[in-house]
Design a protein around this ligand. Structure first.
Ligand SMILES: NC(=O)c1ccc[n+]([C@@H]2O[C@H](COP(=O)([O-])OP(=O)(O)OC[C@H]3O[C@@H](n4cnc5c(N)ncnc54)[C@H](O)[C@@H]3O)[C@@H](O)[C@H]2O)c1
Length: 252
């Protein structure tokens, strides 16, 4: 589905980004796997290799513009062009109420989850436009459509990702770059695994699980498969969509 497409994945050191890197490579893509955590993303590239795919690894902090410029340059220098990107790096909420949250905590989450996606879209679009266009998928969240307690900064960032996805999608006739978002429900990754084993969080997770009307929480691959399709030519009429991959979380 992605044969010979050159695709950047951010936040590829773990969870959804790692699973997506392997899924994209199995579908024929050449992957530049990037993450803040260099050891983790090297391991992802090795896993792609073991699965028979092609990947390079690079340490990138998406909240730093210079890192993002270098990331896109490296993808083009390594593989000759850029066709797609999965802008997935993100950090969770601090778990505080609106009246407890500090300015620094707000800025940290917005800088990584929202400004990071802006930087990525900007430089990826510039590169893709040079070779006839491409496709971008941004990872938002079910929290990009609804609210939840103790997470205003995360909710702001993910509503923002849905918004800038729609905004950038409106430039597609000129840029030739389609832009869509995936909105995961609760996915069993490092981001939530620690919380799942915390007895104090049991009631919260029982309630949350009940809202996933398929009767289970998500796996990283559930999001990787959706992103693979959105990046493929089969989705060539998809643009500006906020695609819920949330087991029915936002359906009720
Ligand atoms: N797990 C869930 O339930 C869930 C639900 C909805 C949305 N999401 C979103 O999915 C995305 C992936 O999360 P995950 O669940 O796989 O979590 P994860 O913690 O397993 O992976 C996130 C990765 O992002 C990297 N990262 C963090 N800050 C970075 C930065 N500044 N620059 C580059 N990389 C950075 C981390 O090192 C990590 O490898 C995030 O955007 C998250 O908000 C997750």
């Amino acid at each position: 589905m992605l044969k010979d497409k050159v695709i950047i994945v951010t936040g590829a050191g773990s969870g959804i980004g790692r699973a997506a890197s392997i899924i994209f490579a199995r579908a024929g893509a050449k992957v530049l796997a990037t993450d803040y955590n260099e050891a983790a993303v090297q391991e992802t590239a090795a896993l792609v290799g073991k699965a028979g795919g092609t990947a390079k690894a690079m340490q990138v902090d998406v909240s730093k513009e210079a890192d993002v410029i270098a990331m896109v340059d490296f993808a083009v220098k390594s593989f000759g062009r850029l066709d797609g990107a999965f802008n997935n790096a993100g950090v969770p909420m601090h778990g505080k109420r609106v009246d407890e949250l500090s300015e620094g905590e707000w800025d940290r989450v917005l800088d990584i989850n929202l400004k990071g996606v802006f930087f990525c879209m900007k430089y990826e679009t510039l590169a893709m436009s040079k070779s006839g266009g491409g496709a971008i998928v941004n990872t938002a969240s079910a929290n990009g459509l609804v609210g939840n307690p103790n997470s205003v900064e995360y909710i702001a960032s993910k509503h923002g990702v849905v918004g800038i996805t729609r905004g950038a999608a409106c430039d597609a006739a000129v840029t030739k770059v389609r832009v869509n978002a995936v909105l995961p429900g609760v996915i069993k990754t490092a981001m939530v695994n620690d919380l799942l084993v915390n007895p104090e969080m049991k009631d919260f997770f029982d309630t949350t699980l009940a809202r996933h009307t398929v009767g289970r929480l998500g796996e990283p691959e559930d999001i990787g498969y959706a992103a693979k399709w959105l990046l493929s030519d089969e989705a060539s009429f998809m643009n500006g969509a906020a695609v819920c991959v949330d087991g029915g979380y936002t359906a009720r």
